[in-house]
Design a protein around this ligand. Structure first.
Ligand code: ZN
Length: 250
């Protein structure tokens, strides 16, 4: 069914995959930017996800921030799907050079991918905003680490020094990590094939990155149209997990 994509992959030596929320939805992780995500946030909090996930809101309302964040952006039960597995296999086979993702769930690494550039950070890394001490995800989810000065649990993780522990996730109003940008641009500009998957490229500045591609095969796999469809050599409108399973895993 996906013969053309198979041919492209077979003929490629340095594939780069650029992915978004659609890659993780098949693992059951809802996209907080989707219409449903937006609706639920408004219903429960009277605010938009963008507002609650901004650096300003984090500073002013950490209790609400962490309540929303933990309920909507963390899915400890989620497992890699066939898209993650296929990409890890392509890297192992020496065909794929990097995965660049807008997701923060760490599922690519869980599937075995080694070179993963996480443009928006990761829920698995956290640090104290006062002393810089690093913490994993388990720490911030443990209620014993989330007590205010009165000893009451309020969901806000605190460091042994008393500082708030902040997720290494790029919040609205914050800059992307410079090293991550540099590595991503370098990978894209030296790739012979760029596969864009599970993203409509609507979130700035993600769309700008793919403009650095100079290779010969541009593939778009997404359920809806994207900004790069017209320039792509191949556009596939099917779920990314299904496409990569049938192309790479079977
Ligand atoms: Zn600290």
């Amino acid at each position: 069914m996906y013969e053309k994509l198979k041919e492209i992959i077979e003929g490629s030596k340095s594939i780069v995959f650029f992915g978004g929320a659609g890659v993780s939805t098949e693992s059951g992780i809802p996209d907080f930017r989707s219409e449903t995500g937006l609706y639920n946030a408004k219903q429960e909090y009277g605010r938009s996800p963008e507002e609650m996930l901004s650096s300003r809101f984090f500073e002013k309302h950490p209790v609400t921030f962490f309540d929303y964040y933990k309920k909507n952006l963390i899915a400890t039960w989620a497992k890699p799907n066939d898209a993650h597995k296929a990409l890890a296999k392509l890297e192992k086979d020496g065909k794929l050079k990097a995965v660049i993702t807008q997701n923060i769930d760490g599922l690519h690494q869980m599937a075995g991918s080694k070179t993963v550039y996480e443009l928006h950070g990761s829920v698995h890394r956290n640090h104290c905003i006062h002393c810089g001490k690093k913490y994993g995800l388990e720490y911030i989810l443990d209620g014993n680490n989330c007590k205010n000065t009165n000893g009451e649990e309020d969901g806000v993780p605190r460091c042994s020094c008393g500082g708030i522990v902040k997720p290494d996730v790029v919040l609205y109003g914050e800059m992307l990590d410079e090293d991550c940008i540099r590595h991503s641009v370098k990978a894209i500009s030296s790739a012979d094939t760029l596969i864009i998957g599970g993203t409509s490229l609507a979130v700035y500045p993600a769309a700008g990155f793919v403009r650095y591609f100079q290779g010969k095969n541009l593939v778009v796999i997404n359920m809806s149209s994207t900004a790069m469809d017209l320039e792509a050599n191949l556009v596939i409108r099917d779920p990314i997990g299904q496409v990569l399973r049938e192309t790479v895993l079977i």
